[in-house]
Design a protein around this ligand. Sequence first.
Ligand SMILES: [Zn+2]
Length: 252
Amino acid sequence: MIVKIPLRCLRCFTDFVHDRQDLKSQESADAYTIYIRRNVKYCPKCEPDRRRILAPQEILFLQIHPVSIDPTSSELPRGTFKLVFFGPTFRMRHAIKKLGYEWEEPEPTSDNLLSTAGSKGEYRKYIDIEDIVREVEAAQRIYATVCYPPPPEQIADANAIRKKLRATQVEREAAYENELDLLENPQAPDILPDVMRRTAGRRGEWHGNTLHIGYRRIEFPREEADVLKEYKAKLTNYKQQRLALKRKYGIP
Ligand SMILES: [Zn+2]
């Protein structure tokens, strides 16, 4: 009897049909179908390419873990999911790096024994939940077998993390704005627009009451020079403090 088994290529997502004509019974046809569904993952176009890259028994795996969030930490987690490659990662390193994965030493507290067993590090990438489909497809294109999908409770956890992250982000931004309001944002002196016009907005260096801009020399009355210098010092200070605040609260 003839069996026709519809399949979808894990790499190029093309639908194709695997067929066989010489099966003797329904039983053997069923067993054969199960075998093929388990073992044929790539279409006839992609399979030869996979064999060139990976040995028949080799499987490149991609694992997806929800990122655990430490509520006591002040650091923002890098994403909602951590993606980790394992298997022949050394051979596949160029393709893996092209996908934006970075080699990292394992975390000492890692609960992920599978992916780090026997290895000193792993290729990791941190992503948010909306990027998961794209990342999975990209990994499948380099013949990774994706340990996918994470169980629903992990997705639910990830969503909770995400909500928490958003809340944290909002809190951080609010705290940043509050502290920013406390900084003295120096008032621009009245003469500034005129000075900007005369200097064409270019930076210069003060030598006494003279501003040197390249080869140009612009002389200012003493009081004006003092006002401008003071404003510049205050503004520099303000910008430095603002930058420090941004770093403190993780604001881009
Ligand atoms: Zn294919």
